[in-house]
Ligand binder design. Structure first.
Ligand SMILES: *Cc1c(COP(=O)(O)O)cnc(C)c1O
Length: 395
């Protein structure tokens, strides 16, 4: 490489990240994702996966994936519109739409792509998008790629949302779309969808909800935050990479003309490969399981309540809430990293979250519950949290 100082410049940036205690390091898991994972030959209890229903290593999903490779092959070697659409892809879209109570759905390689591709084909310069300040990075990027005017409201602040709706209307917006996460993933808090839907109706706005941290385990039959709040939204996006099996793949569900136009114009759909049959078949199996999984949802809720109460009794600083995401607040990144390391030494895998993923000074350990954790596992983890918390001086 020509020496123009570029690589030294990058090394400098990396050194700054390291010096600020913000370097992220990846652990090597040596077998399947699950309640317990093997890392460096050790068994660890895993409290940081988005594997809410424990389906990531479920034998039924693995069997569906294997069978589909025998019947439909391994890869598609095509985008959807050239020759990458199998009967399985359409079956999953139809199944998803039915599950979510929408007219149709469209698959993407990931929900990141779904959100990145959603806004630009649907809205133009005359339109407005009003986005929650804590929305996922993929929504932020998708909004950036769209020519619509941008408005932002403070996280879950309905007065500010109303003010932004008034502004957008006063500034002459043709169509107005409110965009929000159903669950804010760093905090484990729910969007106030009842109030958002009421404001949307009052101001003639559309609503879009990203339900990645809800579909499968929140609301009746796991249909997500709109179903839990008893409201209808216009557009839903979501992922197969979390509760619905944990592999990958994303989707948008909504009214027929929305889905039809996205199929013509959404760039991550048009210019990226079709999902592999194994992933699509396992996602179909996951939806069948999830619809009837009241037992798993009850176990998950029990675990979340037990875990939250246990941490509270130990004196940790938690964000309030009822979601299986339970953030333990620590403040500065190096403390969060040290705490995660103490837990690692005690056989508990967690991950420290710090800037730029969360604001400066708001570093945390984000713990996440899984339906397949046993209360004995949680007692083991609470003992480890107590010892680690004392070791770093936070309790
Ligand atoms: C995880 C997540 C995404 C990205 O989903 P992928 O399918 O992994 O790309 C998008 N939005 C939210 C709110 C998420 O939590």
């Amino acid at each position: 490489m020509t020496d123009v100082g570029f690589l030294d410049h990058l090394r400098g940036t990396l050194a700054e990240i390291e010096a600020a205690g913000l370097m992220k390091r990846e652990r090597l898991i040596e077998a399947a994702q699950g309640v317990r994972v093997q890392v460096g030959g050790r068994q660890m209890l895993n409290l940081c996966a988005n594997n809410y229903l424990g389906l990531a290593d479920d034998p039924r999903l693995i069997a569906a994936a294997k069978a589909s490779m025998d019947s439909h092959g391994y890869g598609m070697a095509s985008v959807r519109f050239i020759c990458g659409t199998q009967d399985l892809h359409r079956a999953l879209e139809v199944r998803l739409a039915r599950f979510l109570g929408m007219q149709d759905a469209i698959l993407f390689a990931a929900c990141f792509d779904a959100n990145a591709g959603l806004f630009e084909p649907l809205l133009g310069e005359q339109d407005a998008i009003i986005s929650d300040s804590l929305n996922h990075a993929s929504i932020i990027d998708g909004v950036r790629l769209c020519k619509a005017r941008r408005y932002r409201f403070l996280n879950n602040d309905m007065e500010d949302l109303q003010a932004q709706l008034q502004r957008a209307r006063a500034e002459g917006a043709r169509f107005v779309l409110i965009a929000t996460d159903g669950v804010f993933s760093m905090d484990g808090s729910f969007a106030n969808l009842a109030a958002i839907a009421a404001l949307a109706a009052e101001y003639g706005a559309l609503t879009m909800v990203d339900d990645c941290h809800a579909t499968g385990f929140i609301g009746p039959q796991g249909r997500g935050t709109p179903a839990a709040a008893g409201v209808a939204v216009d557009i839903l996006t979501g992922t197969f990479g979390k509760a619905l099996g944990g592999a990958l793949g994303g989707y948008i569900a909504g009214p027929q003309p929305v889905i039809d136009l996205l199929r013509q114009r959404a760039r991550p759909y048009l210019f990226s490969n079709a999902l592999p049959p194994a992933v699509v078949a396992a996602a179909l199996a996951a939806l069948d399981i999830v619809e009837g999984a009241d037992d798993l949802r009850a176990d998950l809720a029990r675990n979340a309540a037990y875990w939250r109460a246990g941490l509270q009794a130990l004196g940790f600083d938690l964000l309030p809430g009822a979601h299986p995401i339970v953030p333990v607040m620590l403040g500065e990144a190096p403390l969060a990293q040290a705490f995660a390391q103490e837990l690692d030494a005690r056989g508990v895998m967690v991950s420290a979250f710090f800037y730029p993923v969360v604001p400066q000074g708001r570093a945390r350990i984000r713990t996440q519950m899984n339906a397949r954790l046993m209360l004995g596992d949680l007692d083991f983890a609470l003992d480890a949290f107590a010892a680690a918390g004392k070791a770093v001086g936070v309790i």
